[in-house]
Design a protein around this ligand. Sequence first.
Ligand code: CU
Length: 177
Amino acid sequence: MVAGMVTGALAAAVFAAGGGGAVGAADCYWMRTEARFTPPTAFVPSPAITYDMELVPAAASIAVAQRGDERGMTVKLRVEGLAPGHAYGAHVHQKPCGVDPGAAGGHYQHVVDPKRVNAENEVWLDFTTDAAGDAHATARKAWGLRAGEAGSVVIHDVPGGAGKRVACFTVPFASLP
Ligand SMILES: [Cu+2]
């Protein structure tokens, strides 16, 4: 996936600023990454893969930003060039994307519990595109992601917790240092 980040991503950065200074600044972190979708068979791999060219056309783009500190985090999603006027589901998933839509694994859960598949316990970024196929979504949480346990954002064909996987974006989510 490192090669994909370099060749397919426009930008990816993770910064961690250590706190504990004289002013008592809190530890904080942020990350932003963006890419254009390509089919899983693309010669040049991208961290953003479309499994459904009608709902997520190749060359549509996605950006994910995350900012957090010890009080919690905000995750923002922006997409451009998807199908216009369509309601999609989107969640943070556990693993990086693969050729197989199932590669991203299940939803990231704050409290790991199969009975708590909901927007409070998970990071849901459901959105509806405008006439140009663009949209954005924001999720604010009073908690952060555990290191190494969140690997992607998966886009689904319908909002809610159980849609078909139509695209996936491998994201280098950050955690508290
Ligand atoms: Cu999902």
